[in-house]
Design a protein around this ligand. Structure first.
Ligand SMILES: [Fe+2]
Ligand SMILES: [Fe+2]
Length: 224
């Protein structure tokens, strides 16, 4: 614990770029103010150092999730899982990534023009995803849950093909971002915000692929 307190923000973020989100959450500058120790940065940001340390310790990468047998789950249980795990993740992380992307494009756009395009594409993806998640949470998923209670309940399944088209469109944007970022490879001169942007984008896109796979290939095929 005290060891972490006395490490500098730059050391921690350099060792594990995923910790950038923890510092971001507490408004601690990990890019330009990275030379400060965690303790000093917390004092300056007026936040409780123990809260920050706890979050750093609990910052377990998402890909540690065990493999689950989704195919055996009921459709209504899957809708709860998708909302609680994937929709929550998307909503929690979109704003952070949007902020990183805007910052990197503003600072580095003149000599790394792909960052401007990435910021624009992510902004488009974000707008589309908000509307898409809303459609699932207010139209399709409640209908699937109603059907689980009442087998005679009927609903318009046209919404499924709309959602599938939207998945495909999101997939196209994601492929462009992956290509422009050279598969999330940061240039040698990249600052910590740039590194955090590509790390988070990579994580976000992996989550989105899993999320879309669960909906297209498992949930929708159960209810069609
Ligand atoms: Fe979804
Ligand atoms: Fe979806």
């Amino acid at each position: 614990m005290s060891e972490l307190k006395n490490k500098t923000i730059a050391e921690i973020v350099s060792e594990d770029i995923s910790t950038a989100s923890v510092f971001k959450k507490y408004h601690i500058d990990f890019c330009c103010g990275g030379g400060k120790t965690v303790e000093n940065a917390c004092i300056k940001a007026n936040v409780n150092v123990d809260d920050v340390i706890n979050d750093l310790i609990n910052n377990i990468p998402k890909n540690n999730t065990p493999s689950l047998n989704f195919k055996d789950w009921s459709a209504e249980f899957l809708t709860d899982y998708i909302v609680n795990v994937h929709h929550t993740y998307v909503k929690e992380n979109m704003e952070i990534i949007h902020e990183f992307a805007t910052k990197v494009a503003t600072v580095h756009g003149h000599h790394a023009t792909e960052t401007i395009e990435i910021a624009e594409l992510f902004s488009k993806l974000r707008d589309e995803l908000y509307a898409h998640l809303d459609k699932e949470e207010t139209i399709l998923f409640p209908a699937i849950r109603m059907k689980a209670i009442d087998q005679n309940y009927q609903y318009d399944k046209e919404v499924i093909s709309i959602l599938e088209d939207e998945h495909e469109h999101a997939g196209d944007i994601v492929k462009k971002i992956t290509f422009l970022s050279n598969n999330f490879t940061t240039p040698e001169w990249a600052c910590n915000t740039f590194k955090a942007l590509y790390f988070k984008l990579d994580e976000f896109i992996n989550d989105l692929y899993q999320h879309i796979h669960l909906e297209n290939n498992i949930l929708f095929s159960k209810v069609k």
